[in-house]
Design a protein around this ligand. Structure first.
Ligand code: ADP
Ligand code: MG
Length: 271
């Protein structure tokens, strides 16, 4: 019998939705990702935490095809997708939002979502003319989902920061992702708004069966929703586990969590 024919262990373990094997990425002499291995099961709501410069955005940019990894492999539901382009990955069900808000400021909320729907449907030529006349029902349904239906005619650039983030979420959902990567989705929000915003994503993910991996600095947000936590430090996975395991890990405390409770308390006082 050959090795590949009988693999009882593999049969017992479900194939992860996302399997990252020993990923490595350098920028010149700087090692931004070093031997990063992560497995994400369907339905997870995984937080990736770590200090600034830990490699979180680099990981997300590599997973969405903006960077090519130097080492390692990435599998989506068992299919290797290492080095695929952002467009190809989007087609395979990988959606994302960016750390910096990226909506078309001079278009309305509705138009922003219509364009995303059209780009996904493949009619990318003269996209604005098409967008204005089409996909209205679907675009409104997405705005409804994120709680922006009453702002559909407002120019995206004039939306409050939190509402722009919701709009980005609707735009990301327009590509019908199976896996959604959110890089600091609550950046720039006040403490209460951060919790509301992540709770919204969490509810939607439950409703439509979406697997989510997100980065977040606010530990209150992380511990409110994360199904598991991966801690990155200097490009490496320092720790991984259930929220309570990571919270209790002394190594994590030393490099990262130790400073957080006081920061959070100070912020609460200011708010
Ligand atoms: P995080 O998102 O965890 O704050 P990043 O992934 O943005 O960290 O950055 C990890 C390291 O890689 C940092 O030292 C950063 O300066 C470096 N880095 C990130 N992107 C680039 C790039 N495009 N070119 C050069 N260095 C980069
Ligand atoms: Mg970052």
């Amino acid at each position: 019998m050959s090795v590949t024919e009988s693999r009882p262990d593999d049969a017992a373990v479900p194939e992860p939705l996302l399997r990252i094997e020993a990923l490595g990425k350098r920028f010149g002499g700087l090692v931004a990702l070093d031997n990063v291995t992560i497995r994400l099961q369907p339905g997870e709501f995984r937080a990736v935490i770590g200090p600034n410069g830990a490699g979180k955005s680099t990981l997300f940019n590599t997973l969405t095809g903006l960077h090519r990894p130097d080492l390692g492999r990435v599998f989506l539901s068992g299919t290797e997708v290492t080095g695929r382009t952002p467009h190809a990955l989007a087609r395979l069900g990988v959606g994302r939002t960016f750390q910096i808000t990226s909506v078309f400021s001079a278009l309305t909320s509705l138009e922003n979502v219509q364009i995303a729907l059209l780009a996904h449907s493949g009619r990318s030529w003269n996209v604005l003319a098409w967008a204005r006349s089409m996909q209205v029902t679907q675009a409104r349904a997405l705005l409804d989902l994120v709680g922006l239906r009453d702002r559909e005619s407002q120019l995206a650039g004039t939306l409050a920061h939190g509402d722009q983030k919701r709009l980005e979420l609707a735009i990301a959902l327009a590509t019908e992702p199976k896996l959604l990567l959110l890089d600091e989705p609550t950046a720039g929000m006040a403490a209460r708004e951060r919790l509301e915003s992540i709770a919204l994503v969490h509810r939607i993910a439950r409703e439509i069966g979406l697997t989510v991996i997100f980065t977040e600095h606010d530990m209150a947000v992380v511990f409110a929703v994360a199904s598991a936590i991966t801690v990155l430090h200097q490009g490496r996975v320092l720790a991984e586990g259930l929220p309570e395991e990571v919270r209790a890990n002394p190594v994590v405390h030393d490099v990262y969590l130790g400073e957080t409770p006081s920061d959070y308390a100070a912020e609460q006082e200011r708010a």
